[in-house]
Design a protein around this ligand. Sequence first.
Ligand code: HPA
Length: 275
Amino acid sequence: MQVFDYSYYQKSAEYVKSVICDTPDIGVVIGSALGRFTDIIQNPVVIDYSDIPNFLVSTVKFHDGKLIFGRIGEKNVLCMSGRFHLYEGYSMAQLSIPMRMFRLLGIKKVILTNAAGVVNADYCPGDFMLIRDHIKLTSLSPLTGPNIEAFGDRFFDVSDMYSSSLRDKALRIANEMRLSVHEGVYMYFAGPQFETPAEIRMASILGADAVGMSTIPEALTAAHCKMQVLGISVITNMAAGIVPAARLSHEEVADTATRIAEDFSEYLKRVISEL
Ligand code: HPA
């Protein structure tokens, strides 16, 4: 098993700190095909993931692989355009790297966005879902291994890990903007294959509203080091079997993400400004 010590994460953070020369107020992770949001970041300083020591590189289509620091409203934002997933071959331990680097840069609030398939028949592609809670059936966790006390306790509470106060603000803003928004449960599947119709029936019985292959490793790592998390899913497609005979594809996910890109950017901009 891979084990990283505190100094391993410090090396990534020190490099980023030396480039941005400022303190971020908020961290953001941009999900599949939602990268256009980064166009609205003002005075951007762009760092390639490959230049950050001990960091990872994006291998997925529609994921940029860039860290962008800049301004949105009155806030200093550090934004990951492109994220890392278990299905790329990264271990859960490696998936702890981005959020621990964020924490070492002083970030206490993080917005994690993703594209997700919908299980709940009341939702439609193009809707937004604020993550209220999650289900993860795999026993893998980014916190497996020796605990680093400097980040957090060995055992930690996750009952309000998707901060209800951040969610309330995000919900109010979505309603003011008349966006179609829900609060729901995100179920994590490791992928890269989409789920089977039987798995989606199981997800529905277990109480999931949407499914996806990301976010949860980051959210757990962030919760461990006491960062407040706001999770925003963009519903891009009906999950497998919900529409009989429909076929799932990454292109459908990307097409929906592109269709709502403007609303998503505008929404995120307001959420960041008001959080
Ligand atoms: N399943 C898993 N991950 C996803 C989906 C899906 O249907 N859509 C977007 N990401």
